[in-house]
Design a protein around this ligand. Structure first.
Ligand code: IPE
Ligand code: IPE
Ligand code: MG
Length: 256
């Protein structure tokens, strides 16, 4: 919030390619620790470098015409890491919001945070809420920050709310469908991801967007997150553009 923004900070959007771009890209930013270890550095150094890459990919997403970019920044399970690493990651988040919010806002980025808010430190909670409030009316890119996010927990909490709504007569059992469920997830106002990228060569979801990824395309990138760059992101988008999404249909049928 303290950063000043001049015109050179503004990112411009390239003309649309006529529908081959993913509308929503979600990234599992993985490999910070291994990047640092390979250089004999503390894991925290990898996380620090990772924030710079995040900035670059946000810019690239705007330039590429992506409407939603979701970044997995901290999972519900990441609390089990050593306390020093967890506290460094929280500090990085605070610092990121404080230094980058003005520039994100100026660039028309709307920030949305998904994840469990209960139990978060009050200062983190208010920073996240401030970021969402300040940028709520922006329309160029929605940056979805998955923080303290776990998909099973998200689905359980939606199921609990649904059960409560049934018990209290607001919804009947027969009315329960995918929409009723989706509406109760953190992502209720966010379309499902078209493309999920995971860096560092790991090929798993690690409790990320399990419900929402039903028909997502996957792209596994060998580079560790601190080495990831615009060219690698462009390659993932170009690969996506060649894919055929069938949603259970056959090739000759129109896709919704
Ligand atoms: C991703 O990098 C960042 C977070 C999970 C917060 P890692 O810290 O998981 O790095 P590796 O996978 O151990 O290399
Ligand atoms: C997933 O990465 C979480 C984030 C990228 C924030 P992890 O590094 O925590 O996942 P696992 O433990 O290797 O599956
Ligand atoms: Mg990891």
């Amino acid at each position: 919030m303290t950063a000043s923004v001049d015109a050179s900070d503004l990112v411009s959007r390239q003309p649309s390619d006529g529908g081959c771009s993913p509308r929503h890209v979600a990234i599992i930013m993985d490999g910070n620790g291994r990047w640092a270890a390979a250089r004999g550095l503390p894991r925290t150094e990898g996380h620090r470098r990772g924030v710079d890459v995040m900035r670059r990919i946000v810019r690239r997403s705007i330039e590429s015409g992506v409407d939603y970019l979701t970044l997995f920044s901290f999972s519900s399970e990441n609390w089990s890491r050593p306390a020093t690493e967890v506290s460094f990651l929280l500090t990085l988040l605070r610092r990121f919001v404080r230094t980058d919010l003005a520039s994100l806002h100026k660039n028309g980025v709307r920030v949305r945070v998904i994840g469990e808010r209960e139990g978060l430190a009050p200062d983190i909670l208010s920073l996240l809420e401030e970021a969402e409030r300040l940028t709520a009316d922006n329309t160029l890119l929605t940056l979805v920050v998955a923080f303290n996010y776990g998909s099973r927990q998200e689905i359980l909490s939606a199921a609990r709310r649904l059960a409560r709504d049934v018990a209290e007569g607001r919804v009947s059992v027969d009315e329960i469908d995918c929409d009723e469920m989706s509406r109760r997830l953190y992502t209720s106002d966010i379309p499902d991801p078209d493309l999920i990228i995971r860096t560092s060569g790991e090929q798993r979801l690690s409790n990320f967007l399990l419900w929402q990824a039903a028909y997502s395309e996957f792209y596994f990138e060998p580079a560790l997150w601190p080495d990831y760059d615009e060219a690698a992101f462009d390659r993932a988008l170009a690969d996506y553009a060649k894919r055929e999404r069938r949603f259970g249909r056959v090739t000759t049928q129109a896709v919704p």
